[in-house]
Design a protein around this ligand. Structure first.
Ligand SMILES: [Zn+2]
Length: 232
């Protein structure tokens, strides 16, 4: 893409798209934003949250990073963009849902098996938040799909370390969801707390609380080593 193309895209936004939605944006500026869902997804360019969730402006508060990771909460208050976004969405915007959306063919999950270049010190440190999702096997396509799912569960578990998340869940006003988006199939597998497996959307039972599972399985590694994982 040429630099001129970037400017042309701005022109199409200002003269084409925005005029069609101007009233909606004026209302959202006047009334503030009230998104119902915090979407935590990978930075991968092939993941498009608004398309995936059939949403428009104002509906999603989005955090995207390499590997859809959630650093554990700590009391130091050190500068951390993802942690700040989770706190803001949960304690200030009071979203009702948090979706951790991993995806197939995720470069971050593959990078758990292939060390990033030595110059990428931040990337190396960041990926440590996903180390417990690794499987002690070769990084086959099938194994990586399982690692991607294990990572989603690991990050859901990490969300439970945030005091405001824990409190909102306890009050029944916040719900957690784990999704595994298969890029080449256009399918999203949903973590089912009842079976503790990722299942097709149509098979999802709506019969349990993901938070309850995470609370019971405070050591995410225990979930990772359930029998169905050993077949990978
Ligand atoms: Zn990814």
């Amino acid at each position: 893409m040429q630099e001129r193309d970037l400017i042309d895209k701005l022109e199409r936004f200002e003269t084409g798209w925005f005029p069609q939605h101007a009233e909606s944006f004026k209302a959202m500026v006047r009334d503030g934003q009230h998104p119902s869902t915090l979407f935590i997804g990978c930075s991968d360019s092939r993941v498009v949250p608004y398309v995936l969730m059939d949403c428009g402006p104002g509906e999603l508060f989005i955090v995207r990073n390499v590997g859809n990771l959630v650093p554990p909460w700590d009391s130091t208050g050190d500068a951390h963009g993802t942690a700040a976004a989770i706190e803001f969405a949960t304690a200030v915007l009071e979203v009702n849902h948090i979706v951790v959306c991993g995806h197939s063919h995720c470069g971050a999950m593959r990078a758990l098996y292939e060390e990033p270049p030595a110059c990428c010190k931040h990337l190396r440190g960041w990926l440590s938040h996903a180390y417990d999702a690794r499987l002690p096997v070769a990084a086959s396509a099938e194994a990586l799909r399982r690692v991607e799912q294990r990572n989603i569960v690991l990050q859901l578990s990490s969300l439970m370390s945030y005091p405001m998340v824990e409190a909102r869940i306890a009050s029944g006003s916040l719900f957690l969801h784990g999704w595994h988006y298969l890029l080449d199939e256009g399918v999203v597998l949903v973590f089912d707390p009842a079976t503790r497996e990722f299942r097709p959307r149509g098979d999802y039972s709506f019969s349990g609380s993901t938070a309850a599972v995470m609370r019971a399985e405070s050591d995410a590694q225990r979930w990772c080593m359930q029998p169905h994982d050993r077949s990978v």
